[in-house]
Write a protein that binds this ligand. Structure first.
Ligand code: G6P
Length: 606
């Protein structure tokens, strides 16, 4: 989704801004642009297309500017085009603005400004921002005041950078419900919507809070609240390594991230299992508190929601508390039954997904105790929740999530075990076994990855299919959902997942010769039933691919064997061949694996 970069300091701005934008390409975007100060005026360069194209345009306009703002746009209001790309200027061309988020009341503001003789060129909501600032500037003649008044009028979400030709020594930034950070260094200050964009320049970051307005000078920062009272903010040291966001010899980020899973699981487990009983930073629940909880919600979007589904069973069986898993976008508008006895867990790799944050706010309002699981330190969701926990998967760049998912399933299992120990779950042997098996996961994933070549002929065989089904029962069903999502995200093949028993209630009508059906069969108790369902599609000519930890007869087209582990942890192993399969199918089709069309890594709009 949209990305923001900014720089002010002693170095040349354009190379820093372009580098930052290219680091944000993974978020998904359709246009890019830059504004710099040039001889007292603002010069804007922008167009539809990739950052490379923007670079070509800038090659024809050499500049030594050392202040600039930049943006990658993912269209929401108005199609991808030069006019709709950011930065946007006001009518007088005095102000230039880039914006992430959505100004929900932009049509009212636009109407008000048009009644005051302002003209609009683009279809975007963003264009009201520089014009409303300009409107207030005319009466106040004070940049900060004009921005604060404009921000007070905006409904919705925004992270903005503003430059003004009357004040060529500063960039002003402001944010609400959309992330923005400022990295500091001796050579200047770096602004970004995401830390990786500028991580090669500094590790010291201010993570801005909602309604912050900041004057950013080359070697000074002034922080204000929306009423323009000076406030103080602290820096955080970011431990991520800049090289961890490079490809390190892998052809694509997605492949690199698939291979990083043993490490990310090891780091997510960390020292949590070292003591007799699990201890988690930031949580100290009591038996009294947990015994009082009568419902657990697990809420998330996309892959993160699949991680919730894959661990519902663990929570229910170990804690004996009913668990409901829901999509954040549905949960927040269905008036869910929540009270003080509800525990609500929110999962988000980025920690910035608008629907997940909205759902979290709702659960909090209704009295639930809220826990956020995120992969990004200081992300919005961790600041909003009562308690937060981190997966330690490292930066995930590819749009299709892989290592974040397995780290989430790992952490959720640990959380369930933590609850079970507090609740004095009677089967201590099972708890011991799960802890042991968690520690074996990284080596078992390594073993699966060593056999990656098994997947390539399958990819070559089915890459031209137009439809694919994924089947699974019990703990394998959420994995079927995740496998199907991976495939459609990066190969554009239509795919659907079904609980294997549901197939005969409709979908089987679609099966004919060579229709690929990918099944996950790992639960010994259910495998004979799933196999019967697979036989039903074999009889109708389907091409069958099975991911299993069992010894099955050779009656199927392809069998991918994975190591055994405890049932609750199998979703961490069985998903790996499906990630690889989606990857190699996408490669076979010659697609851009890391930046699939129409998708965004971090979905900061509803
Ligand atoms: C987008 C991404 C998915 C991700 C989902 C939730 O749709 O493309 O990969 O699962 O958002 O993201 P989150 O950051 O909240 O986990």
């Amino acid at each position: 989704m949209c990305g923001i970069v900014g720089y002010i300091g002693t170095k040349k701005a354009v190379p820093i801004l372009l580098e930052g934008l290219s680091k944000l390409e993974y978020r998904g975007y359709d246009s890019a642009g830059i504004a710099v100060f040039e001889d007292g005026n603002i010069s804007i360069t922008k167009d539809e297309g990739r950052v490379n194209h923007l670079q070509d345009l800038l090659n024809n306009k050499p500049t030594n500017a050392n202040i600039g703002i930049a943006h990658t746009r993912w269209a929401t209001h108005g199609k991808p085009s030069e006019i709709n790309a950011h930065p946007h200027a006001d009518n007088s061309k005095k102000f230039s603005v880039v914006h992430n988020g959505i100004i929900e009341n932009y049509s009212d503001i636009k109407k008000f400004l048009m009644d005051n003789e302002y003209k609009f060129l683009s279809d975007t909501d963003t264009e009201v921002i520089p014009n409303l600032i300009s409107y207030y500037y005319d009466s106040t003649n004070n940049l900060l005041e004009a921005i604060s008044l404009a921000c007070k009028d905006f409904k919705g979400s925004y992270a903005i950078e503003v430059i003004c030709s009357d004040c060529p020594d500063r960039i002003i930034v402001a944010k609400k419900d959309s992330p923005l950070v400022i990295g500091t260094s001796k050579e200047g200050n770096y602004i970004a919507s995401d830390i990786p964009a500028v991580l090669s320049h500094t590790k010291d970051f201010y993570l801005l809070e909602d309604n912050d307005i900041v004057e950013v000078f080359p070697s000074k920062l002034n922080f204000y609240n929306q009423n323009l009272e000076l406030i103080s903010r602290k820096t955080e040291k970011i431990s991520w390594d800049a090289s961890s966001i490079e490809k390190n010899g892998f052809e694509d980020f997605m492949l690199k991230e698939i291979y990083e899973q043993p490490k990310s699981i090891r780091e997510t487990i960390g020292f949590k299992l070292n003591k007799e009983k699990i201890e988690l930073d930031n949580i100290s629940f009591t038996k009294e508190f947990l015994s009082n909880i009568n419902k657990i919600f697990i809420i998330a979007c996309g892959t993160a929601m699949h991680a919730g589904l894959a661990t519902k069973l663990t929570f229910e069986n170990l804690c004996k508390i009913p668990v409901e898993v829901d999509m954040a976008s549905e949960f927040r508008y269905r008036n869910p039954l929540i009270d003080k006895k509800t525990l609500a867990i929110f999962i988000s790799q980025s920690g910035e997904t608008a629907d997940t944050i909205g759902a979290l706010k709702l659960a909090k309002e209704k009295g639930a105790t809220t826990i956020a699981l995120s992969n990004v330190i200081g992300s919005s969701i961790t600041r909003e929740a009562d308690i937060y926990l981190y997966t330690h998967a490292g930066p995930e760049i590819a749009v299709a999530s892989t290592k974040a998912y397995t780290a989430q399933v790992t952490l959720l299992n640990i959380l369930a075990l933590y609850f079970a120990e507090i609740l004095e779950y009677s089967d201590t042997k099972l708890i011991k076994e799960l802890k042991y098996e968690l520690l074996q996961l990284p080596n078992k994933i390594d073993d699966i990855l060593k056999n990656y070549k098994e997947v390539i002929p399958i990819a070559k065989d089915i890459y031209s299919a137009s439809d694919v089904f994924f089947l699974g029962r019990g703990i394998d069903y959420p994995v079927a959902m995740e496998g199907s999502l991976k495939l459609k995200e990066i190969s554009y093949i239509h795919s659907e997942s079904y609980a294997a028993g549901e197939l005969k209630h409709g979908p089987i009508a679609l099966i004919d010769n060579n229709f690929p059906v990918i099944s996950i069969v790992t639960d010994e108790m259910l495998s004979s039933k799933t196999i019967s369902n697979i036989q039903e599609v074999v009889s109708r000519g389907a091409k069958t691919i099975i991911v299993t930890n069992q010894d099955l007869s050779k009656n199927f087209d392809y069998i991918i064997k994975i190591p055994k582990t405890h049932k609750y942890l199998t979703p961490i192993l069985s998903v790996i061949p499906l990630q690889l399969l989606a990857y190699y199918i996408s490669k076979e089709k010659g697609l851009d694996v890391d930046k699939p069309r129409n998708l965004a890594k971090s979905v900061t709009v509803e």
